[in-house]
Design a protein around this ligand. Structure first.
Ligand code: PEP
Ligand code: MG
Length: 599
């Protein structure tokens, strides 16, 4: 026994801050607080003959902001390929009427300086956004502010230099970062970031997740509570920040961070390698994304296509559903960037856990659904709101000539539903032909297998579609009757439940018997413990968050297909999930190093 820990008396209590964890990973590093200039502009009145000069000065700053963005786009192109759609969306905002024309209007009508007019225009926009109940749409204001900040900086002579000149590892702290800032961090020595503003669905958070950069948002007054030079631990999963951590804890976190970084370097070697087993058995590793801004991450981590593009964000982003032309632009960019790799776009999958209260328009009746998971969601909604569905299909087919498109239908539960969709698709194609829109010949139409009836009828469905995508997130909840969000039953949510594993096998067999490929795009696909079992069951494609792809690829490239098949067969004999886990621990442990399939 050791004596009382004298040191413990002298160690100050650990202090923590709690924010929202938006991108997992634990890091310990020194803080650099970036206090950005805020849009607090002095006001001055201009004589009438100076007004047009002032408008020109403002237009010059807008032009310079555009040039900067273009330069940044070019600079990043080497590292992050040429798909920096985020920068493009900010470039578009520089042409936005709300911000630019309104500012010019204020300069002209109020005879004031450009900085003040810009701040005024921005505060008008903010007022409008503040009135929006939906927190998700409110968050979109941040993007407009990032663009305004950039123009403001140029008007007041501020340069947009590197985010930090530090060459030691740092955690950046600021009021907010733009998604472009996040992309620039990737190339530097930034181990994580935390912000005062933001939410899980902000574009900055989405980009951080895709890049695998630990991040916490929503810590009020973080830039005052923390000072440059402070040492902290940031947990991007739980959202917890530990201030003044003890030396032992720092060492532990830094050691694991160091290991993760070595691992990331090692995994980089796999990015450009083909995803196949030692004996040449190929499994496509593709990416799950929900916004164009993630495309740089998709290319950075070597995904061979998009296995699931969740198309909901375009609908949640605005007060109104997007029109056909807007959707064509998005899908075109998506397909062209990924060509020649396939891109699987899932049609609108709203309802259930997918935030109906965010959906634009007056859909009050949906709020009254007693059981939304079993209600008017996904394909059922599209068949109910057919104009919206037809517009999305038209946009998809019109964009199809720019790459390799696969259209994925969510939550199909009965053959009649699928036939109804096919009827609509045929009408849409005739409509497009009449209007003279070219459409690619090879567009594939597939369905999600995510409800038990789809599994049971998989042989029937397989004859009707070009591919299956198994959605285990929903399949587990619907087959085991478990709501993952319910704290009392969440522990029963189990990917290794034998019923789930048998359903996956049944779907793969039905697909292959009909010569169609089968992919899996639930969270299971990116879990290195599940992946060998899935590959052994014969899945043709696993789709996951972009940053996980290299790890799963490393595992795959060290496997033999015969070993994987054998493991899958053994797993399918198990009577409960405990047995599955024990068996995997034992069998995988004899074949591969632990770090390949753990964590
Ligand atoms: C799934 O259900 O597994 C799936 C991939 O879809 P989502 O998580 O978007 O419902
Ligand atoms: Mg689903």
């Amino acid at each position: 026994m050791t004596g009382p820990d004298k040191e413990a008396d002298t160690i100050p209590p650990i202090r923590t801050l709690q924010g929202i964890g938006v991108s997992p990973g634990i890091v310990a590093a020194t803080v650099v607080v970036l206090k950005r200039q805020t849009l607090r502009a002095g006001w001055y009145h201009l004589p009438a003959d100076h007004i047009e000069k002032e408008v020109e000065r403002f237009a010059g700053a807008v032009q310079a902001a555009g040039d900067e963005l273009l330069q940044l786009r070019e600079k990043l192109a080497g590292d992050l390929a040429d798909a920096l759609s985020i920068i493009d969306s900010h470039l578009l905002m520089l042409r936005d009427r709300m911000l630019v024309e309104r500012t010019i209007g204020i300069i002209r009508h109020k005879n004031v300086n450009a900085e003040w007019a810009l701040a005024q225009a921005l505060s008008e926009i903010k007022e409008r956004f503040d009135q929006i109940d939906d927190p998700y749409i409110r968050e979109r204001f941040a993007d407009i502010k990032h663009v305004a900040d950039r123009v403001f900086g140029l008007l007041s002579g501020r340069e947009h230099g590197p985010l930090t000149g530090e060459d030691r590892p740092v955690i950046l702290v600021a009021n907010d970062f733009s998604p472009e800032d996040t992309l620039r961090m990737q190339a530097g020595n930034v181990h994580g970031f935390l912000t005062e503003k933001g939410g899980v669905t902000s574009h900055t958070a989405i980009v951080a997740r895709s890049l695998g950069l630990p991040a916490v948002v929503g810590i009020e007054h973080a830039t005052s509570l923390l000072a440059t030079g402070d040492l902290i631990i940031l947990d991007g999963g739980s959202g917890r920040i530990v201030l003044d951590p003890g030396p032992a804890e720092i060492q532990r976190v830094q050691e694991s961070d160091r290991r993760n970084r070595l691992l990331a370097d090692e995994l980089d070697a796999y990015i450009h390698l083909v995803s196949e087993t030692v004996d040449g058995f190929a499994v496509r590793l593709s990416a799950n994304i929900e916004t164009l801004e993630e495309l740089p991450a998709v290319l950075r981590f070597g995904s061979e296509g998009i296995g699931l593009f969740r198309s909901e964000l375009d609908y949640f982003n605005n007060r109104r559903p997007p029109n056909e032309e807007q959707l064509v632009t998005t899908y075109q960019q998506l397909l062209a960037t990924m060509a020649p790799y396939p891109v699987t776009v899932r049609t609108l999958d709203v309802g259930g856990d997918k935030f109906f209260n965010r959906f634009p328009g007056n859909r009050a009746w949906l709020d009254r659904e007693r059981n939304p998971a079993l209600g008017l969601r996904s394909i059922r909604f599209s068949l109910y709101e057919q104009d919206m569905f037809r517009s999305q299909l038209r946009a998809l087919f019109r964009a199809s000539v720019h790459g390799r498109l696969r259209i994925l239908l969510p939550l199909i539960s009965a053959p009649a539903e699928l036939r109804q969709v096919k009827g609509i698709v045929a009408e849409v194609l005739t409509e497009l032909a009449v209007k003279g829109h070219p459409v690619a010949e090879d567009v594939e139409i597939g369905m999600m297998v995510e409800v038990p009836s789809a599994v049971v009828m998989a042989d029937v469905f397989a004859a009707e579609v070009d591919f299956f995508a198994i959605g285990t997130n929903d399949l587990i909840q619907y087959s085991l009757a478990i709501d993952r969000g319910n704290q009392y039953v969440a522990h029963l949510y189990e990917p290794f439940h034998p019923a789930v594993l048998r359903m996956i096998r049944q779907t793969v067999e039905a697909g292959h018997a009909n010569n169609i490929p089968v992919s899996l795009c639930g969270e299971m696909a990116g879990d290195p413990l599940c992946a060998p079992v899935l590959m052994g069951m014969g899945l043709d494609e696993l789709s996951m968050r972009p940053a996980i792809v290299p790890k799963v690829k490393r595992l795959l490239r060290h496997c033999r297909s015969s070993e994987l098949r054998q493991i899958a067969q053994q797993v399918l004999q198990c009577g409960d999930c405990g047995q599955v886990r024990n068996l995997l621990g034992r069998e995988l442990g004899t074949l591969y190093p632990k770090e390949y399939y753990q964590g």
